[in-house]
Write a protein that binds this ligand. Structure first.
Ligand code: GTP
Ligand code: MG
Ligand code: ZN
Length: 387
């Protein structure tokens, strides 16, 4: 099953669409505009429908589309008109959308996730690399360079209505071959600002959440006042603070509706909670110094298969940590969503950086990720990839 990297809709086997690559006339493409969130201009998209009587393996020859468009064409998604990477239809895709309030760590997570996926890929003999030149450039300039080369923290992801909302374009990575099939992972970053606006529960350009294979929802423990107070002298304060995670979760669950993506609820910046171990005599110090706890070790770079029993153990531990973080209402919102849907969810704890940044610079000890792969490996495992 192959999904479109932008709208995450399954590509229908009986409908194909193409856009001319050298069009004589350019016009506003109403369909693409709705899914993109701002005007998209292109040549006229042509569609071909499976003739009745043809089998499931029907695929129109490109020459049919070229005749119809009177010139060279590139295949696009019939639903949102996104231009599909070459050979996309024969591949297997796993589509993941990031969610969470502002400054919860989504963009930093993606930057670090790609590096850790590459490490694990090496061990599994699968090359992880950008699948398109657009992804290669976007990852390098917006994620890798600011974090790994300039060693600073990242800018807030611009809201969709602003001038350079780079997150409108999906990040597409090849995961190599698995079970003899070419595998792709599609990641969509989102601006917390867009999810903090409840009106966006019905925004067409965010509809991809409902079609995702995985939604990774981040919860920032530094948003909790009592944690911030206890950490006061231990870790540098963070300037950027996001909105109410409960209302963001509500908006995300509304967009998901009765669809059933795998929902990973992730306690981000876990290094900050780990630092609480050093608050003498506090109950947090007791909790965080439990050496036997799943949250005290990181097996995520171990080879296949994904460690299901470790995942379950961590799930239970993070549930109780969320209770302790006065975030019980979030756990309840996942257990009994207001939409009445029954969700396939799991709790996780990750630290992308491993240590708190100091001002707008990374900590001098560098980046040492903790359990970053877990949520994505869990989603991949549900799809039979890297199992
Ligand atoms: N201590 C710690 N801080 C982190 C970590 N990851 C991110 N941060 C901090 O959180 C800030 C926000 O991270 P981003 O990834 O930009 O947040 P975001 O969720 O993409 O925010 P928006 O783009 O506004 O939605 C960073 O500037 C870091 O200071 C982590 O693993 N540990
Ligand atoms: Mg961001
Ligand atoms: Zn699409």
């Amino acid at each position: 099953m192959t999904k479109c990297p932008r709208c995450f809709t399954v590509l229908p086997s009986d409908r194909y669409a193409w856009a001319p690559t050298a069009p004589d006339e350019i016009e506003v493409d109403e369909v693409a505009t709705v899914f993109h969130g701002s005007p998209v201009r292109s040549g006229k998209v042509v569609e071909l429908q499976r003739p009745s009587g043809s089998g499931d393996d029907w695929a129109p020859p490109v020459s049919d589309a070229e005749d119809k468009a009177s010139g060279p064409v590139a295949e696009v998604c019939p639903t949102c008109h996104y231009r599909l990477p070459t050979g996309w239809r024969g591949a297997h895709t796993t589509c993941i959308a990031m969610a969470g309030a502002r400054a919860t760590g989504k963009t930093v997570y993606i930057a670090v996730l790609v590096k850790t996926l590459q490490l694990l890929g090496e061990r599994l003999n699968c090359v992880v690399e950008p699948a398109t030149s657009e992804t290669e450039q976007a990852y390098r300039e917006l994620y890798e360079r600011p974090l790994y080369e300039e060693r600073g923290i990242l800018e807030s992801t611009p809201a969709a209505h602003t001038s350079n909302p780079y997150q409108r374009e999906p990040l597409i990575f090849s995961l190599g071959l698995w079970n003899g099939i070419r595998q792709y992972l599609v990641l969509r970053d989102v601006a917390g600002e867009d999810l903090e606006n409840p009106d966006n529960a019905h925004a067409p350009h965010l509809r991809f959440f409902a079609q995702a294979d995985g939604v990774v929802f981040m919860f920032d423990p530094l948003k909790v006042e009592s944690v911030r107070q206890q950490l006061h002298d231990l870790v540098p304060a963070q300037e950027r603070v996001g909105g109410d995670p409960r209302s963001v979760l509500r908006t995300v669950l509304s967009i998901i509706g009765d669809s059933t993506p795998n929902l990973a609820i992730v306690l981000s910046k876990f290094d900050a909670l780990q630092a609480l171990e050093h608050v003498d005599g506090s109950d947090w110090s007791e909790i965080m110094s439990q050496r036997g706890a799943a949250f005290s070790r990181d097996p995520s770079l171990q080879y296949a298969p994904y460690n299901e029993s470790d995942g379950r153990l961590l799930h239970e531990e993070v549930r109780s940590l969320l209770d302790k973080l006065e975030a019980r209402s979030m756990v309840m919102a996942v257990d009994q969503p207001h939409t009445g849907a029954s969700l396939h969810s799991r709790f996780f704890a990750v630290s992308a950086l491993g240590e708190s940044p100091v001002g707008d610079r990374l900590h001098h000890s560098g980046i040492s990720p903790f359990r970053c792969l877990d949520p994505v490996r869990w989603v991949l495992a549900q799809r039979g990839v890297w199992t």
